[in-house]
Design a protein around this ligand. Structure first.
Ligand code: ADP
Ligand code: ZN
Length: 372
């Protein structure tokens, strides 16, 4: 790994506005490469109070060295999902106004999913849409939220209720940033990595089993491979279905259950009083696998395999104590994944082969929830 560039991976995302995801250590210091994605004279770095002190100065220096005439400003919001608000979104737009950002300006989203979603939405709205370059610094954002163009902020009445589809101009995932990520956040990201194997490719689960120790220890090259493969699965499905009218919904495997757990716990993951998103998805995937088995779709052996892998990654696989099956079911009914025909789940026929199953009976779901 002495040669930075030999470790670099690239995934291309096709569509109306194609873009590339570059993955590897040291990308944030590569000013020339980053500047190549900036079309105009203005750029706003959006970050949060944990990430900015670690990485924003070096990023700014690299950009200034590569493009001295660039007008650069910074908007830093406090960390945490509860800051993904319309008020912070408004502040971000104000920062663009102060910068004098024109139609060819760029927003650089430096941080995790919260920063990426909010900055992406600000870019989608400023002058009806300017470029956003995603610079994800969490594993979760690298493998999921920075790719595919979903942007949003939360309202008091629910998560991601206001947003837009706005694909990035480019994504640079600097794997060196993962060394400062709290281990719990790394493990949460691994849940979404496992998800791709569960939905699309059993051989990726084999690979994850073989490389579990390297991934957990933060091995740069192995993480970069895992990220690249995850992004490739996501790129493939979003190219087929950019607006989630069909197959893209497969990416919600584990999420109907997971969101119900997160909401029922009041999104207490950040304070340690509840599961974070990745942890809730880990539990949700096991519940989806168990529901698949209960409905006679899949063999229990696949559930056991999934659970073993998630546990190896230090992730929870059972419903946290104190959550009632009825309350969780009620949450799922309110979720947008419920439609007129009953609850709609992403289930699997086997590990690596998921499909959308509408009209699942409440009784079957309750039975799985009741068993924990
Ligand atoms: P997500 O997990 O959806 O990407 P966040 O954007 O909330 O979520 O990021 C999770 C937490 O990790 C936040 O507190 C954020 O400030 C912090 N964080 C993000 N990237 C890094 C990093 N590379 N090093 C240290 N902390 C980070
Ligand atoms: Zn997710």
């Amino acid at each position: 790994m002495s040669d930075t560039h030999s470790a670099l991976q690239r995934v291309k995302v096709s569509g109306d506005a194609p873009y590339a995801i570059d993955i590897g250590p040291g990308l944030l210091a590569d000013g020339a490469r980053l500047a190549a994605s900036l079309r105009g004279r203005h750029a706003l770095i959006v970050s949060d109070g944990n990430v900015a002190p670690l990485y924003a100065d070096a990023l700014e220096q690299a950009l200034r060295a590569a493009r001295p005439e660039l007008a650069l400003a910074r908007y830093v919001l406090p960390p945490g999902e509860h800051e993904k608000t319309l008020a912070r979104f408004g502040e971000c737009l104000d920062a663009l106004a102060r910068l004098g950002a024109t139609r060819d300006a760029s927003v650089l989203a430096l941080g995790g999913g919260v920063v990426g979603d909010l900055a992406g939405f600000a870019a989608a709205c400023w002058m009806r849409g300017i470029d956003v370059v995603q610079l994800p610094t969490t594993l979760l954002a690298m493998v999921d939220s920075s790719v595919g163009g979903k942007t949003a902020v939360d309202l008091p009445s629910g998560k991601n209720l206001v947003g837009a589809f706005h694909v990035p101009r480019a994504v640079y995932a600097d794997t060196a940033t993962l060394c400062t990520l709290p281990p719990r956040e790394l493990r949460a990201g691994l849940a979404e990595v496992v998800k791709y194997g569960a939905i699309f490719d059993e051989t990726f689960l084999d690979w994850l089993e073989a490389h579990a120790d390297a991934l957990l220890s933060g091995d740069d090259a192995v993480l970069a491979q895992a990220i690249a493969r995850s992004c490739a699965y996501k790129a493939d499905v979003v190219a087929r279905d950019p607006y989630e009218r069909g197959d893209r919904a497969l990416l919600n495997f584990g999420h109907t259950f997971g969101h119900a757990i997160e909401t029922e716990q009041g999104y207490a993951g950040a304070t340690g009083d509840g599961l974070n998103h990745g942890e809730a998805v880990a539990v949700g995937m096991v519940l989806a696998a168990r529901l698949s088995a209960a409905l006679g779709m899949a063999d229990e052996a696949h559930t056991r395999r999934l659970r073993t892998l998630l546990e190896r990654f230090g992730l929870p696989t059972t419903i946290p104590a104190g959550l009632s099956p009825e309350a969780l079911l009620a949450r799922m009914r309110l979720d947008k994944k419920a439609d007129a025909s009953g609850l709609r789940f992403i289930l699997w026929d086997r590990a690596g082969l998921a499909r959308i199953v509408p009209g699942v009976a409440d009784a079957a779901v309750l039975e799985v929830l009741a068993e924990g």
